[in-house]
Design a protein around this ligand. Structure first.
Ligand code: THU
Length: 144
């Protein structure tokens, strides 16, 4: 399997563990470090709806523990409705605005852009982009 294929499969495995009983929209994410270490995350919803956590932020928390946000090189997000499993393909899930800011936090720490691959629930690769392209003119605090 290609390197991207391995990372997409890791995101799909994570999606299978999503806790999304309210939206029934399951999202998985895999993050790879510059030296090839992979961590995973999935969306974690809550009966208090607004307290749910997106897959990307869940994976970025794991990345910080495993190798530090400053070493994030690549991120894959896969998603789709729970009952989409029967359909051959769907639309790629795009990181929400808040997740784009969270991914940008990692890019700012490293001074490098981060590759973002967005896929549907089958893991088919639909779009490869970067966080710089997804969040132009990003907010940041002044240095110092
Ligand atoms: N979700 C993610 O996990 N990542 C995104 O970038 C978009 C949305 C989750 C949040 C919620 O659990 C479900 O998808 C529906 O919005």
């Amino acid at each position: 399997m290609s390197d991207d294929g391995t990372l997409i499969q890791a995101a799909m495995d994570a999606r299978a563990k999503a806790h999304a009983p309210y939206s029934n929209f399951l999202v998985g994410c895999a993050v790879k470090s510059a030296d090839g270490t992979i961590v995973q995350g999935a969306n974690m919803e809550n009966a208090c709806y607004r307290l749910g956590v997106c897959a990307e932020q869940s994976a970025l928390a794991a990345a910080q523990i495993a190798f530090g946000l400053e070493n994030v090189a690549q991120l894959v997000v896969v998603g789709g409705p729970r009952h989409a499993e029967d359909s051959a393909s769907g639309n790629p899930v795009m990181p929400c605005g808040g997740c784009r800011q969270a991914i940008m936090e990692a890019a700012t720490l490293s001074g490098r852009d981060i590759t973002v691959i967005c896929c549907d629930h089958t893991g088919q690769q639909h779009m490869t982009t970067t966080i710089g392209a997804l969040l132009p003119s990003a907010f940041d605090l002044p240095k110092g």
